[in-house]
Design a protein around this ligand. Structure first.
Ligand SMILES: Cc1ncc(COP(=O)(O)O)c(C=O)c1O
Length: 361
């Protein structure tokens, strides 16, 4: 049996350190947005090369709060790729605004200005650029052109912790960036968690307050806010894991290198990584001609797999009424993509086994 993901390889060696975090949280009653959270916020801001990091309760909360901080609300439009996890769009809807779905590039599977431009209207207030599967978006082009139109650019970095674009860290490339620390992410908590990174002090301060009931003092509330705070214990676990992130990302890259090498003479298509982009391969996705057959052969050989994502956002029941036009590349990806087993600690023989089953097909 080859699992799709197996987190125990990274967690097993850290059990003692996790226990220390737990003991310290309990002995110091450091449960919510306390010392552990501030410590992790400082560490993650330094890692992302940004001034501010605000720990929040999930990646969806990070996106929601980033949008709220810039004042997104009813009547506003936010451009998002259709090929993403639905949380990117739902954060927009939760603000009362409308997600405007755009297609992605057929090779990089990321949005680019070419797809964004036709979707811009006088109501466009922001663009969310998703670094899908850890592959950085060409951010400079999008930021330059969007800023000329006074449109805010937010990175959805939920799948890209540690990725590089022109030698700069993901998280520092646009106006704000939103991370998820869902357990299976490249940097995952042992439960839910998220963060917003930014260089903008005003937005950072707004998000600190928005995540905590609009609080400016213990019982003083400047505006209606939310309870979307990061837990101390999760921040502590993240501080334990952060020093290993680059090493784990390297291992993911090596695994993908083997996959690409062994499958280079086949018809399977990998995501293109542009020369200035350094992907951290959150997922190892390929496009295949006959996905059903691939699924059957994987199942017969006890090989785990994922489908990311079987329904593009614009065709989700939650969004069907808003969008009638076709978004062909995202639709094609939804029908042809399959995610291969990929995790830290995966054995080379298992990678070869997956490839030999793919080659047989
Ligand atoms: C691209 C993307 N955006 C946003 C999210 C939402 O993150 P969370 O599950 O932590 O709310 C995810 C997580 O699955 C994601 O993959």
């Amino acid at each position: 049996m080859i699992p799709f993901v197996d987190l125990k390889h990274i967690h097993q060696p850290l059990l003692q350190a996790f226990q220390k975090v737990q003991d310290s949280c309990i002995s110091q009653s450091d449960f919510v947005t306390g010392k552990m959270v501030s410590k992790f916020e400082e560490e993650f801001a330094a890692y992302c090369q940004t001034e501010y990091c605000i720990g929040v309760s999930s990646g969806t909360a990070a996106l929601f709060l980033a949008l709220k901080a810039i004042g997104i609300g009813q009547g506003d439009e936010v451009i998002v790729p259709s090929h993403t996890f639905v949380a990117t769009a739902m954060a927009v809807s939760q603000c009362g605004a409308t997600p405007i779905f755009t297609d992605v590039d057929a090779d990089t599977w990321n949005i680019s200005w070419q797809q964004i431009q036709p979707k811009i209207s006088s109501n466009t207030k922001a663009i969310i650029a998703v670094h899908i599967y850890g592959n950085p978006v060409n951010m400079d082009d999008i930021c330059t052109k969007a800023h000329q139109l006074n449109i805010v650019v937010i990175e959805d970095a939920a799948q890209a912790h540690g990725a590089l674009y022109k030698n700069r860290k993901i998280g520092s490339l646009a106006d704000m960036a939103c991370f998820s620390f869902y357990p299976s992410k490249n940097l995952g908590a042992l439960g839910e968690g998220g963060a917003v990174t930014t260089q903008n002090q005003q937005w950072a301060e707004k998000i600190y307050q928005l995540r905590d009931y609009g609080r400016s003092d213990k019982y003083k509330h400047e505006f209606v806010g939310y309870n979307l705070r990061l837990q101390g214990i999760q921040a502590g676990f993240l501080s334990v894991k952060l020093p290993y992130l680059d090493q784990w990302n390297e291992e993911r890259r090596s695994t993908m290198h083997i996959y690409k090498n062994l499958l280079k003479d086949t018809t399977y298509q990998f995501q293109s990584i542009e020369s200035e982009c350094h992907s951290v391969y959150h997922l190892g996705v390929i496009q295949c001609e006959n996905r059903q057959k691939t699924i059957e052969r994987f199942t017969a050989n006890e090989i785990g797999y994922g489908i990311h994502y079987p329904i593009p956002c614009h065709l989700q029941p939650a969004y069907l009424q808003n969008n009638s036009s076709s978004i062909p590349i995202s639709e094609n990806l939804a029908n042809t993509a399959i995610s291969l087993p990929l995790y830290v600690g995966m054995k080379e023989n298992d990678i070869k086994k997956v490839c030999s089953v793919l080659q047989e097909i």
